[in-house]
Design a protein. Sequence first.
Length: 182
Amino acid sequence: EEQIAAAAIATKHFDAATGMTDKVAALSALASMDGEGAAARDTALQTFYDDADGDMLVLNKWFSIQAMADLPDALERVKKLKEHPDFTLKNPNRCRALVGAFTMSTPHFHDESGAGYQFLTDVLKELDALNPQISSRMAGSLISWRKYDEERGLQMKKNLEELASMDAISKDLFEIVNRGLN
Protein backbone atom coordinates (compact mmCIF):
# COMPACT_ATOMS: atom_id res chain seq x y z
CA GLU A 1 0.00 0.00 0.00
CA GLU A 2 2.87 2.36 0.86
CA GLN A 3 4.56 1.52 -2.46
CA ILE A 4 1.36 2.29 -4.36
CA ALA A 5 1.07 5.67 -2.63
CA ALA A 6 4.73 6.50 -3.32
CA ALA A 7 4.37 5.44 -6.95
CA ALA A 8 1.26 7.61 -7.31
CA ILE A 9 3.07 10.68 -5.92
CA ALA A 10 6.14 10.13 -8.10
CA THR A 11 3.97 9.52 -11.16
CA LYS A 12 2.04 12.72 -10.47
CA HIS A 13 5.33 14.66 -10.33
CA PHE A 14 6.59 12.90 -13.47
CA ASP A 15 3.41 13.72 -15.42
CA ALA A 16 3.28 17.33 -14.18
CA ALA A 17 6.98 18.09 -14.75
CA THR A 18 7.53 21.02 -17.09
CA GLY A 19 11.32 20.77 -17.20
CA MET A 20 13.90 18.04 -17.59
CA THR A 21 15.25 18.41 -14.03
CA ASP A 22 11.86 17.70 -12.46
CA LYS A 23 11.09 14.89 -14.90
CA VAL A 24 14.46 13.21 -14.25
CA ALA A 25 14.02 13.53 -10.47
CA ALA A 26 10.60 11.88 -10.61
CA LEU A 27 11.82 9.18 -13.00
CA SER A 28 14.80 8.45 -10.76
CA ALA A 29 12.43 7.82 -7.86
CA LEU A 30 10.19 5.64 -10.00
CA ALA A 31 13.11 3.69 -11.50
CA SER A 32 13.89 2.03 -8.16
CA MET A 33 10.31 0.98 -7.46
CA ASP A 34 9.62 -2.70 -7.35
CA GLY A 35 6.67 -4.84 -6.36
CA GLU A 36 3.48 -2.78 -6.37
CA GLY A 37 5.35 0.20 -7.85
CA ALA A 38 6.76 -1.76 -10.81
CA ALA A 39 3.92 -0.93 -13.19
CA ALA A 40 4.31 2.82 -12.55
CA ARG A 41 8.09 2.47 -13.04
CA ASP A 42 7.73 0.65 -16.35
CA THR A 43 5.15 3.10 -17.66
CA ALA A 44 7.27 6.14 -16.76
CA LEU A 45 10.42 4.62 -18.29
CA GLN A 46 8.56 3.86 -21.52
CA THR A 47 7.03 7.35 -21.62
CA PHE A 48 10.43 8.98 -21.05
CA TYR A 49 11.95 6.82 -23.79
CA ASP A 50 9.14 7.62 -26.23
CA ASP A 51 9.30 11.34 -25.44
CA ALA A 52 13.08 11.32 -26.03
CA ASP A 53 12.32 10.68 -29.70
CA GLY A 54 15.92 9.62 -30.36
CA ASP A 55 17.56 12.62 -28.64
CA MET A 56 21.05 11.37 -27.72
CA LEU A 57 21.38 13.28 -24.43
CA VAL A 58 17.93 12.32 -23.21
CA LEU A 59 18.52 8.67 -24.11
CA ASN A 60 21.82 8.75 -22.22
CA LYS A 61 19.88 9.94 -19.18
CA TRP A 62 17.33 7.15 -19.71
CA PHE A 63 20.11 4.55 -19.69
CA SER A 64 21.92 6.03 -16.67
CA ILE A 65 18.78 6.34 -14.53
CA GLN A 66 18.10 2.65 -15.05
CA ALA A 67 21.73 1.66 -14.43
CA MET A 68 21.61 3.46 -11.08
CA ALA A 69 18.22 2.05 -10.05
CA ASP A 70 18.24 0.15 -6.78
CA LEU A 71 16.43 -3.02 -7.80
CA PRO A 72 17.10 -6.65 -6.83
CA ASP A 73 17.81 -7.57 -10.47
CA ALA A 74 19.86 -4.46 -11.27
CA LEU A 75 22.70 -6.26 -13.05
CA GLU A 76 20.33 -8.33 -15.19
CA ARG A 77 18.53 -5.14 -16.19
CA VAL A 78 21.84 -3.49 -17.15
CA LYS A 79 22.82 -6.54 -19.20
CA LYS A 80 19.47 -6.38 -20.98
CA LEU A 81 19.91 -2.64 -21.63
CA LYS A 82 23.35 -3.36 -23.12
CA GLU A 83 21.49 -5.34 -25.80
CA HIS A 84 18.97 -2.52 -26.43
CA PRO A 85 18.90 -1.29 -30.06
CA ASP A 86 19.80 2.25 -28.91
CA PHE A 87 22.89 1.08 -27.03
CA THR A 88 26.31 0.78 -28.59
CA LEU A 89 29.79 0.52 -27.12
CA LYS A 90 30.92 2.61 -30.09
CA ASN A 91 29.33 5.70 -28.51
CA PRO A 92 31.51 6.74 -25.53
CA ASN A 93 28.79 8.82 -23.87
CA ARG A 94 26.25 6.02 -24.19
CA CYS A 95 28.78 3.58 -22.77
CA ARG A 96 29.47 5.83 -19.79
CA ALA A 97 25.72 6.39 -19.33
CA LEU A 98 25.05 2.68 -18.88
CA VAL A 99 28.23 0.90 -17.85
CA GLY A 100 29.85 3.84 -16.07
CA ALA A 101 26.65 4.61 -14.16
CA PHE A 102 26.35 0.97 -13.12
CA THR A 103 29.85 1.03 -11.63
CA MET A 104 28.70 3.93 -9.44
CA SER A 105 25.78 1.89 -8.12
CA THR A 106 27.66 0.73 -5.05
CA PRO A 107 25.34 -2.01 -3.75
CA HIS A 108 25.03 -3.64 -7.16
CA PHE A 109 28.47 -3.16 -8.70
CA HIS A 110 30.10 -4.25 -5.44
CA ASP A 111 27.69 -7.13 -4.81
CA GLU A 112 29.52 -9.83 -2.87
CA SER A 113 28.97 -12.32 -5.70
CA GLY A 114 31.50 -10.44 -7.83
CA ALA A 115 29.08 -10.48 -10.77
CA GLY A 116 29.31 -6.70 -11.19
CA TYR A 117 33.09 -6.89 -11.50
CA GLN A 118 32.84 -9.72 -14.02
CA PHE A 119 30.28 -7.77 -16.05
CA LEU A 120 32.62 -4.78 -16.20
CA THR A 121 35.55 -7.02 -17.13
CA ASP A 122 33.58 -8.59 -19.97
CA VAL A 123 32.54 -5.15 -21.23
CA LEU A 124 36.12 -3.86 -21.02
CA LYS A 125 37.38 -6.77 -23.12
CA GLU A 126 34.85 -5.89 -25.81
CA LEU A 127 35.29 -2.14 -25.47
CA ASP A 128 39.09 -2.11 -25.51
CA ALA A 129 39.19 -3.04 -29.20
CA LEU A 130 36.77 -0.20 -30.02
CA ASN A 131 37.92 2.60 -27.73
CA PRO A 132 41.00 2.03 -25.55
CA GLN A 133 40.69 5.44 -23.88
CA ILE A 134 37.21 4.70 -22.57
CA SER A 135 38.08 1.14 -21.55
CA SER A 136 41.07 2.39 -19.57
CA ARG A 137 38.98 5.05 -17.79
CA MET A 138 36.31 2.53 -16.88
CA ALA A 139 38.92 0.06 -15.62
CA GLY A 140 39.61 2.61 -12.90
CA SER A 141 36.59 1.17 -11.09
CA LEU A 142 38.61 -1.98 -10.37
CA ILE A 143 42.03 -0.61 -9.44
CA SER A 144 41.13 0.43 -5.90
CA TRP A 145 40.67 -3.20 -4.88
CA ARG A 146 42.90 -2.82 -1.82
CA LYS A 147 40.34 -0.46 -0.24
CA TYR A 148 37.64 -3.13 -0.07
CA ASP A 149 37.10 -6.09 2.22
CA GLU A 150 39.22 -9.14 1.44
CA GLU A 151 36.55 -11.03 -0.52
CA ARG A 152 35.64 -8.12 -2.79
CA GLY A 153 39.24 -7.00 -3.11
CA LEU A 154 40.39 -10.43 -4.27
CA GLN A 155 37.54 -10.61 -6.78
CA MET A 156 38.48 -7.20 -8.20
CA LYS A 157 42.13 -8.22 -8.36
CA LYS A 158 41.17 -11.46 -10.15
CA ASN A 159 39.30 -9.39 -12.74
CA LEU A 160 42.32 -7.12 -13.21
CA GLU A 161 44.48 -10.21 -13.73
CA GLU A 162 41.97 -11.48 -16.29
CA LEU A 163 42.26 -8.19 -18.17
CA ALA A 164 46.07 -8.26 -17.94
CA SER A 165 46.10 -11.68 -19.60
CA MET A 166 44.17 -10.49 -22.68
CA ASP A 167 45.95 -11.31 -25.94
CA ALA A 168 45.30 -7.96 -27.55
CA ILE A 169 45.14 -5.52 -24.62
CA SER A 170 45.63 -1.89 -25.60
CA LYS A 171 48.49 0.17 -24.23
CA ASP A 172 45.95 2.44 -22.47
CA LEU A 173 44.14 -0.38 -20.69
CA PHE A 174 47.36 -2.24 -19.88
CA GLU A 175 48.74 0.87 -18.16
CA ILE A 176 45.71 1.18 -15.85
CA VAL A 177 45.50 -2.56 -15.15
CA ASN A 178 49.23 -2.76 -14.45
CA ARG A 179 48.99 0.21 -12.07
CA GLY A 180 46.14 -1.52 -10.26
CA LEU A 181 48.05 -4.76 -9.87
CA ASN A 182 51.36 -3.23 -8.76
